[in-house]
Design a protein around this ligand. Structure first.
Ligand code: J2J
Length: 547
């Protein structure tokens, strides 16, 4: 069953993508056994003391898939998957893929606000959460969200302290029975490869949840091509430090790309330099990926870390702008090659080649991974700009879906009538065909790679009784790239502090990374001629150091 509201590719292009070998018409869940048959006893996933072979992965995900089916979950149902970088994330994802149950890749930092709105939008039938994580009682949180959803939803918990009324995920993985018969039963009801396999979240939702349905066909191509471009193979040891729910660490090439190539995945729930360097040394890590804010910390700490980092061959850096200066320091500091990546959960991925010369690797974001990716750079009038000039990037291709799930009005804005996705990024293309990201036209704030919609923050803040008008803008920051700065006009006789704003948003259950870190209260906000807050002038105020 196809979750209603996903937007398919036109039939003629689907034929082209199949004929070209981009789409192989194999459900992602069936890959697990293909991997296991080729390399069953090799270690696939390492998480601290836990080491799972490819066979373990296949057996556990089948057992869990059967357990999920026993709970009444079936192909086309959606579940909110909110797990940190732990081995169970991999098994739960594969179990869902096996059944055709669609996991929605929530971040561990998401709270009630995000879980409830996305859960309602996709009609989630279950939430999968840790018992607790970083001071948050996720079981409690998930219970509250489940109770508030329009339809019934189960709470599935990964952890030692599963409360009554919740389902113990690890117990489902341990169920007995004949694995051969179970495998055959699951094979028989494998989902259609052109159906949605996973739902990714778009960076920056403007009130309307933007959820991207990635099909089995398109997502397999996504991680297979990325793995090829990054030279992944059986000797790859990939370290996942960014949240694995993010498209970057999940499939670009990330965890799925490394497993598909026969490599080994090491999961780490933190990008802290000491932990990362220790893992590189202990596991012989060959590749990892990071956002610029994280890689900068590694570069600064590497000299005195006292660890052997010689196994590291490549670090993939993307998600936000990497300055050429920092880019040039990465190789010498970490003893590896830099590959820049410009990607998006909506599809298109560009990579600098593994062996690119420095001028390409340091100063561009690379070229599309597929010969079938289409790129168009347009001016404000929607017409293509002359070659080499900056403009907004539009894109289409075999792994760039044609719309968000279930939001036709939003799709009419985010996609052109002939299916181009408007990235909202300003880019130019070099004579060598490489993309250089030079700004953006979309209204979001990119904090260490996490995308925050200015509109979402403004809507929430405007509900505070003190606030007459609000506008959120990005302030440049040396550490995380950008932070949220909020400009506010308060109602007569009222006052407002940053703590008030933080408290109000936290009480609404908004993820901590979205909470404004600077507040400017003005008597009047500057406006554009059509009466919207003039963000250009607000940015000038920020640059001038305040008012
Ligand atoms: C500048 N901006 C960038 C870059 C993404 C791989 C890597 C990243 C993402 C990702 C991803 C950038 N320089 N190198 O999904 O598979 C900004 C752009 C883009 C938006 C997408 C992947 N790389 N960006 O970051 O969906 O603005 O995906 O449109 O989170 O991040 O954000 P997201």
């Amino acid at each position: 069953m196809r979750p209603e509201g996903a937007v398919p590719w036109p039939e003629d292009l689907a034929r082209v993508y199949r004929a070209a070998g981009c789409w192989r018409d194999r459900p992602l869940g069936s890959l697990v056994w293909e991997w296991a048959e080729r390399r069953g006893d090799r270690v696939a996933v390492v998480d601290g003391g836990h080491r799972l072979t490819y066979l373990d992965l296949a057996l556990r995900s089948d057992a869990l898939a059967e357990g999920l089916a026993g709970l009444g979950l079936a192909a086309g149902d959606t579940v909110l998957l909110q797990l940190p970088n732990r081995w169970e994330f991999v098994v739960v994802t594969l179990a869902c893929l096996r059944l055709g149950v669609v996991p929605v890749m929530m971040l561990p930092a998401h709270r009630e606000h995000e879980l409830a709105s996305i859960g309602a939008h996709v009609g989630a039938k279950a939430l999968v959460v840790p018992d607790g994580w970083r001071g948050c009682d996720h079981q409690e949180l998930a219970r509250r969200v489940a109770d508030a959803l329009p339809g019934p939803a189960r709470v599935l918990v990964v952890g030692d302290e599963v409360r009554p009324g919740c389902v113990d995920v690890r117990a489902l993985m341990r169920r007995g029975g004949d694995p051969g018969r179970r495998r055959r039963r699951l094979d028989e009801r494998a989902p259609d490869p052109s159906d949605v396999a996973v739902f990714l979240l778009s960076g920056g939702t403007t009130g309307v949840p933007k959820v991207i349905g990635r099909t089995h066909n398109d997502y397999e191509y996504n991680f297979r091509r990325c793995a090829e471009v990054c030279g992944f193979g059986p000797d790859t040891v990939y370290l996942a430090v960014l949240p694995v729910a993010h498209n970057f660490a999940l499939a670009s090439p990330g965890v799925l790309g490394a497993l598909h190539a026969g490599g080994r995945v090491v999961l780490l729930p933190t990008p802290r330099p000491e932990a990362v360097f220790a893992a590189v040394e202990a596991e012989g890590v060959t590749a990892t990926s990071a956002v610029p804010a994280v890689v900068l910390k590694w570069v600064e700490a590497a000299g005195s870390c006292g660890r052997d980092l010689s196994s590291l061959r490549h670090v993939h850096v993307g998600g936000s702008v990497l300055s050429p200066e920092v880019a040039a320091r990465i190789g010498p500091a970490l003893g590896c090659r830099l590959q820049q990546v410009y990607g998006m959960a909506e599809g298109l991925i560009c990579y600098t080649p593994a062996d690119a010369p420095d001028e390409v690797a340091h100063a561009t974001q690379g070229s599309p991974i597929s010969a079938y990716d289409e790129l168009l750079v347009v001016g404000p009038d929607g017409r293509p700009v002359p070659p080499g000039e900056p403009g907004e990037l539009l894109t289409r291709g075999p792994y760039t879906p044609r719309g968000y799930f279930g939001v036709p009005a939003q799709n009419a804005v985010s996609f052109t009538p002939d299916g181009w996705y408007r990235t909202g990024d300003l880019v130019r293309i070099t004579p060598g065909g490489d993309v250089v990201v030079c700004g953006r036209v979309k209204d979001l704030i990119n904090r260490a790679g996490e995308k925050i919609s200015a509109g979402e923050i403004e809507t929430l803040v405007q509900e505070m009784p003190e606030v007459a008008e609000a506008a959120a803008v990005a302030v440049p920051d040396p550490e995380v790239g950008e932070r949220v700065c909020l400009f506010v006009r308060v109602r007569p006789g009222r006052t407002l502090t940053l703590d008030d704003v933080a408290g109000a948003l936290a009480a609404r259950g908004v993820a901590a990374f979205k909470i404004p870190e600077r507040l400017e209260v003005l008597d009047e906000l500057p406006h554009t001629p059509i009466g919207k807050p003039d963000k250009k002038r607000l940015l000038d105020l920020v640059a001038a150091g305040g008012r």
